[in-house]
Structures are given as structure tokens and as C-alpha cells.
Ligand binder design. Structure first.
Ligand code: ADP
Ligand code: MG
Length: 401
């Protein structure tokens, strides 16, 4: 059966039922352990409210950080539960475990319309090991399963994978998941043309899959960031001591060849902001291709490249962007990323940005709210666009026809 979303489920089916709700509440905490950014909590509200309206008993499950199967009190979800309580103005019962008789008893004692919030799933090693026993014990907590944890769908973990078969005909996608998939589909399935793929960042390996998979659909690929140096090198250009991956040069060559065969235009930087490895102010300069000194590294795209990239972005129909154009964390190398972010925000195209650092970069550029869709799942959205089957989605029937 193909994936079914929670808004297609009639209220009667949810009424007074125990709903096991897997969320991604892996929020950043500040030094005092309080929620530092509530975006993920806010993104989960529509599904929680939908279930509350149906008078279901909600059992919220999430992970937080990397406790590696051990109880680590700084990674408790307690403060996240309190934050949610304040947002919803609803009583929330926090349990200091995620499985067992005590948890089941507490759930039984609560009334429909109430929320039970489980402790960090990853305190138990069974979660990340997709342990069938742990999955079965989690499954005992609910009558219905809802997954709204888009960012974890590519992970083979018990609460997103092993648990699902225990809910035949009763496992659903949440509203955030629906929103993510609908927006990413606009890039994957019938994109408004021309489709422009903007790719940057440091490592080729994690991104090459997307470029390959989308080559048949895209019209332009703009490559910036450190990975541009592997491509320039593959074209026989000198790149000084810029970050490049020697073992990926032939991959880059075959990708450029394939793009040529498919008549996809791949644009690489023609000028750069470079510096010595110590990044001292007086070593920073703007150069064209062919002007690298042996000791210099490229840290950002140069002004001519920015203009070339902007002219493509201006006439795009759809844009997918992953990966900053340079070492954007350092203001001296932020200009390329900032200008590209502003160009994307001004364009009339349907624009999607995915990836942890990419989202930070568009926030830093102050244009977050001018992007058509900002994906909450870095790895998950990249794997989806790479054409890989996401295990959590497969379990929900997404790939069934
Ligand atoms: P995302 O999280 O959006 O998927 P990545 O984590 O793959 O992006 O890459 C972001 C990182 O790439 C940033 O830390 C940025 O500093 C780095 N980066 C981009 N361009 C360069 C460059 N020219 N030299 C060194 N690091 C770079
Ligand atoms: Mg990153």
C-alpha cells in the first residue's frame, strides 16, 4: 500500500487510540541545557495538533544528540518536553524511559487527548542498532504509528524502521513528512524549467550522487565551494593547494563527460578568493583560473563567478541548492555564498535549500524566509534526491505503487 498521511485518516480511526508518534526533536541546546532553537519543535506542531483534535492519546518519541546507547543526562529530552508543554499549553507527562512495564502503565493511566513524552530513544542501544526486540517493545506502546521525523528517514533505526511492520495498515506519515516530500517532489518529478542545481561545500563524495541522479533532469549545474577544485583539477587546471580529493578526480571527469553527453551545462568557478593556509589578512587576494601560487588555497568564489552564477539563477524555473560556495563561517569568505543566497531569494523560481550548513548560510545571509522551501532534513533530502531508497520511507510504503 502506498504511503498514507495522517490528514487522510478519519477522526474515528484515531479517536481514543494510543498513537506512537516518532518526531525529530533533536534540537540544539544551550549551555544551561535549554532549547536554543525551536524550529524542529515548531515544525512538529501541525501533526501533534491534528492528533489532539482527534482526541488520540499521543506518545511522543524522539532522539537527541549522540548518547551512543547510554543514559547521558545532558541529552535528556526533559527540557524539550517542557518547551513543547509551554507552546501547546497542554499537560505533558514525561517518562524517564522509552520501553517497559512502567511506561505502559503510565500510558494506560493517561486519558485520551493527553501527551506522554518518552525519554531519548538513543539512551537505549537498541534504537541505533535497529534491534528487533527494542522495536517490538516500542511497538507495544501504541495502536497506531505515525512518523513525522523526516530528517531520520534514511537511518535504519528501530523507531523509524524495525517498529513499522508491527502496525500493518496502521502506519502513517505525518504532516511535516508530507510537506517535505511534496516540495522535494517538485524538484524530482516535474520541475519548472530550467532546473538549476547549485552544489558546493567540502566533500564530493556525499554530493556526487545527487548530481548524477539529477543530471537527466537539470539544465544547469553550478559548482562552488571546495569541491569545485576537484572538478577544476579534473579539467587539467592548477588549483594550488586548495582542498581537492585526488581519488575523486576520475569520478569528476566522468561526471563532466556525462553532463556533456546530456547537454547539461556545468559551470565551474573562473575566479577565486584565495589565501595562504594561515588565512592571514594580507595573503587574501582575488585571482583568475591559472593564477594560483603553489601555496594558495581557494576559500570562496570570485566576483566574475558570482556574476555568471547570478545570471543563470535569474532565469531559473526551479532551483535546488546544497552546499555553501565557500568557507562561509569566516566573514572574509562569505561573500560568494551571501550573493548567491540573495540571488536565489530574489529569483521567481521555486527554490529549495537543504543541508545543515546550507541552511545556516542562508540564515546568515538573512534570506531564510525568502526561499520557497527550506528542508529540515539535510542527509534525508540529499539521499532522496540522490535516488536512494530511504528505509523509513520504504517501511511506510512510499515506494509501493
Ligand atoms: P551541508 O551541511 O549544507 O550539506 P557541507 O557540510 O557538505 O554542507 O559543507 C559545508 C562546509 O564546507 C562548510 O563548513 C564550509 O566551510 C566548507 N567549505 C565550503 N567551501 C570551502 C572551501 N573552498 N574551502 C574549505 N571549506 C569549504
Ligand atoms: Mg554539514
Amino acid at each position: 500500500m502506498p504511503i498514507k498521511y495522517i490528514d487522510d485518516v478519519p477522526n474515528e480511526e484515531l479517536f481514543q487510540k494510543r498513537v506512537f508518534l516518532r518526531l525529530d526533536l533533536n534540537v540544539p541546546l544551550d549551555e544551561s541545557g535549554q532549547v536554543a532553537d525551536a524550529s524542529k519543535i515548531e515544525s512538529s506542531l501541525p501533526t501533534i495538533r491534528r492528533l489532539l483534535r482527534a482526541n488520540a492519546k499521543i506518545i511522543i518519541a524522539s532522539h537527541l544528540g549522540q548518547p551512543k546507547g547510554k543514559i547521558r543526562s545532558p541529552l535528556s529530552l526533559k527540557n524539550v518536553a517542557s518547551y513543547l508543554r509551554d507552546l501547546l499549553d497542554n499537560e505533558i507527562f514525561f517518562v524517564h524511559d522509552s520501553i517497559g512495564h512502567g511506561v505502559i502503565k503510565l500510558i494506560d493511566e493517561r486519558k485520551p487527548g493527553e501527551i506522554i513524552f518518552l525519554e531519548n530513544l538513543r539512551f537505549n542501544p537498541g534504537e541505533e542498532n535497529d534491534d528487533p526486540v527494542f522495536a517490538k517493545m516500542l511497538a507495544r506502546l501504541g495502536d497506531i504509528y505515525v512518523n513525522d521525523a523526516f530528517a531520520t528517514l534514511h537511518r535504519p533505526h528501530a523507531s523509524v524502521h524495525g517498529i513499522v511492520p508491527y502496525f500493518p495498515q496502521k502506519s502513517y506519515g505525518g504532516l511535516l513528512l508530507k510537506k517535505e516530500l511534496t516540495n522535494l517532489d517538485k524538484i524530482l518529478k516535474h520541475p519548472e524549467k530550467p532546473l538549476v542545481l547549485i552544489i558546493g561545500a567540502a566533500k564530493i563524495n556525499s554530493k556526487i550522487g545527487i548530481i548524477y541522479n539529477l543530471l537527466k533532469k537539470v539544465d544547469y549545474v553550478l559548482i562552488g565551494g571546495a569541491m569545485a577544485y576537484t572538478f577544476l583539477y579534473a579539467e587539467g587546471k592548477d588549483v594550488g593547494t586548495s582542498l581537492k580529493e585526488d581519488d575523486k578526480v576520475s569520478l569528476a571527469q566522468s561526471l563532466l563527460k556525462k553532463a556533456q553527453d546530456l547537454q547539461v551545462k556545468v559551470l565551474l568557478p573562473s575566479d577565486h578568493i584565495v589565501a595562504d593556509s594561515d588565512k592571514s589578512d594580507n595573503s587574501i587576494r582575488v585571482i583568475n583560473n591559472g593564477e594560483f601560487l603553489p601555496k594558495e588555497l581557494g576559500f570562496d568564489i570570485g566576483p566574475k563567478t558570482i556574476e555568471r552564477f547570478k545570471s543563470i539563477i535569474e532565469c531559473a524555473g526551479s532551483i535546488f541548492w546544497n552546499g555553501p560556495m565557500g568557507m562561509f563561517e569566516d566573514d572574509r569568505f562569505f561573500v560568494g555564498t551571501k550573493e548567491i543566497a540573495q540571488a536565489v531569494s530574489r529569483s521567481k523560481a521555486f527554490s529549495v535549500v537543504g543541508g545543515g550548513d546550507s541552511v545556516l548560510a542562508i540564515k546568515k545571509a538573512g534570506v531564510l524566509d525568502k526561499i520557497s522551501y527550506v528542508s529540515t532534513g539535510g542527509g534525508a533530502s540529499l539521499e532522496l534526491l540522490s535516488g536512494k531508497e530511504l528505509l523509513g520511507l520504504k517501511a511506510l510504503g512510499y515506494y509501493d505503487v
